[in-house]
Design a protein around this ligand. Structure first.
Ligand SMILES: Cc1ncc(COP(=O)(O)O)c(C=O)c1O
Length: 416
């Protein structure tokens, strides 16, 4: 018997769908997961199918060994030793972020986010009734001076600035990483402002050029007092499979304890014991590292193809980021053109993207996100060309009108 299971990402025929940032199904490690699952049944036994501890299986938290020396294995390339009291398994970054916010932020508190920022986190924060404040972002990542000013302005209103959510490395949606000097300054601001920094580090291992910058969490011991203010969320969604729903968090022991001793986890209804064990098996066996190496090569080639395609095809009036890792890059359109107005034109040309407004607290709509994870290099080059054609079409209408108006898809509709 075979089943059809619908994926999250909608793929329309004839359109190169650069909206999505899902792993390519063709690159999901079926054999590795099947082998690890079999080993879980033989090595772990029925315990893998039962309720587990709130912290997650020791096997996952230690990377297959016991105690502190092996614990760093599960936070690969994080470059900071950690204690078992400083790590917990999660069901992935999104549920962990939701839970942390529920536990540590009161409705009405201010949460700072990058603007543009990860759209699904913005939605989650809105669900929880916190006040969201977008902080400016440039080619070096979050503008830390703007953050400092924002904290002061919130304080002046008598409201509590409680948390900063940041994708500091290979940012979604722009692919930009926070500059090293800003990382240190950000940690100082966290201490000065009593601000919890939640570092969503989901893309760290998918690095294609240079080395991934040090995580805020790994830098914290070098900035006095800041260790107690940084929580790092790690996920196996991009490096193994999002369907497993497995990740981990590292942070100060009191925050980890608050997380693991919460009612949700205590109910034993939250953490997936089974998939945590499967992930632990892949890490312990070395298959995990081999898979990451394979993905880096495949996704790196895609990143290079899209960057090269855009370099060749886009008009000089467009700018775009050249990320060293992750799944996304960001195109900034010429003045006067709104990304959301470009969407229908681009789809007519056979390419899609998400426009900037989706990622912006302030509604900024001059940028657009391109995801390069789901297509082969040749399709990404074609996508770049189609995008360039659609921009050229819009620019031509703009010029024909004397450039005096902001382009609008409404006005461009035949007969309008
Ligand atoms: C920045 C960021 N955080 C979190 C996630 C989702 O992570 P998880 O599958 O671990 O919930 C994504 C996936 O798109 C992401 O881009």
């Amino acid at each position: 018997m075979s089943f059809v299971v619908e994926p999250q990402a909608e793929m329309r025929p004839g359109i190169i769908e650069l909206r999505w940032g899902d792993p390519d199904p063709a690159l999901l490690p079926m054999e590795i997961i099947a082998a690890a699952t079999n080993r879980v049944f033989t090595d772990v036994g029925p315990a893998a199918l039962n309720y587990g501890t709130n912290e997650g299986p020791l096997l996952l938290r230690t990377g297959g060994g016991g105690g502190r020396a092996r614990a760093a294995r599960i936070a690969p390339r994080a470059r900071r030793p950690l204690d078992l009291t400083e790590i917990a398994a999660t069901n992935g970054n999104s549920p962990a972020l939701h839970q942390l916010t529920t536990l540590l932020v009161r409705p009405g508190d201010v949460v700072f986010v990058e603007d543009p920022g990860f759209s699904l986190a913005l939605r989650m924060f809105r669900d929880l009734g916190v006040e969201l404040m977008g902080v400016s972002f440039d080619q070096d990542g979050l503008d830390v001076d703007a953050l400092e000013e924002a904290v002061a302005s919130v304080r002046a209103r008598g409201v509590r600035p409680r948390m900063l959510y940041t994708v500091a490395t290979f940012h979604n949606p722009t692919g930009v990483s926070l500059a090293p000097e800003r990382r240190r300054r950000l940690l100082e601001i966290a201490v000065e402002s009593d601000l919890l920094v939640v570092e969503d580090d989901v893309y760290r291992e998918l690095v294609y050029h240079h080395e991934a910058p040090r995580s805020l969490w790994s830098l914290a011991p070098e900035v006095e007092g800041s260790s107690e203010f940084v929580v790092r969320l790690g996920s196996f969604s991009k490096t193994l499979s999002p369907g497993l729903r497995s990740g981990f968090l590292t942070g100060p022991a009191p925050v980890v304890e608050r997380f693991t001793q919460s009612g949700l986890l205590d109910s034993a209804g939250c953490l997936s014991q089974f998939t945590s064990c499967i992930v632990a098996e892949t890490v312990a066996s070395g298959d995990y590292d081999a898979n990451v190496a394979r993905l880096r090569e495949a996704y790196g080639a895609r990143r290079d193809a899209l960057v090269e395609g855009l370099r060749r095809a886009l008009p000089a009036s467009c700018a775009f980021t050249e990320p060293d890792g992750g799944f996304f890059l960001w195109v900034t359109l010429p003045e006067g053109i709104k990304a959301s107005d470009l969407v229908p034109v681009a789809e007519r040309h056979g390419v899609s993207f998400f426009s900037g407004a989706r990622f912006s607290v302030r509604g900024d709509d001059r940028g657009l996100r391109l995801g390069f994870s789901m297509y082969e290099p040749v399709d990404l080059v074609a996508g770049a060309e189609r995008l360039a054609d659609s921009i050229a079409e819009v620019l031509a209408s703009h010029r024909a009108s004397g450039g005096a108006w902001a382009y609008s898809a409404e006005a461009d509709r035949p007969g309008a």
